[in-house]
Design a protein around this ligand. Sequence first.
Ligand SMILES: Nc1nc2c(ncn2[C@@H]2O[C@H](COP(=O)(O)OP(=O)(O)OP(=O)(O)O)[C@@H](O)[C@H]2O)c(=O)[nH]1
Length: 163
Amino acid sequence: MYYRGSAAAVIVYDITKLDSFQTLKKWVKELKEHGPEDIVVAIAGNKNDLGDIREVPMKEAKEFAESISAIFIETSARNSVNIEALFQKISKQIPPLENTEVESNESFKLSGTLPAPARRRGKEEEEEEEEKRKKGNKRKKGKKRKKKQKRKKGKKRKKTKKG
Ligand SMILES: Nc1nc2c(ncn2[C@@H]2O[C@H](COP(=O)(O)OP(=O)(O)OP(=O)(O)O)[C@@H](O)[C@H]2O)c(=O)[nH]1
């Protein structure tokens, strides 16, 4: 599982398979032990369109989610039920990134009441981005140079034709 720098994790189980709920508990344990401290965790009980063959009672899953302060929602990926709601719930718990850097900012004060502070970008990530930006600029400059050279060559050819 790769979660370095993650602000949120969605762990999905299948409401028609008790096994998947047990597996979910293992993932939660793993995340609590090795994941970022302030990560927002959401538990999604998928396939809620198959309520007639349900194996995981909603109450049980909800109570488990509450016990670990996780978001809980039942979804149906097939029928597009509660997918947007799931991400909205998550986004409400993740404060805006920029505002965590500026303490005097008004919206930071508002987000201060939210349970999970947004992650700060690690130095490594910033360096990686800077590197990419530089590489991108170099490539652009290279392309520009080639275009210029082509244009020059074109002009020369025209001149020699006329002359
Ligand atoms: N009825 C129903 N079926 C779903 C839903 N979501 C996914 N499925 C079906 O469940 C099967 C597995 O879906 P995948 O998207 O492959 O999910 P997965 O996590 O890789 O599932 P597994 O391979 O079973 O571990 C597919 O046949 C999907 O069509 C849902 O909300 N309702």
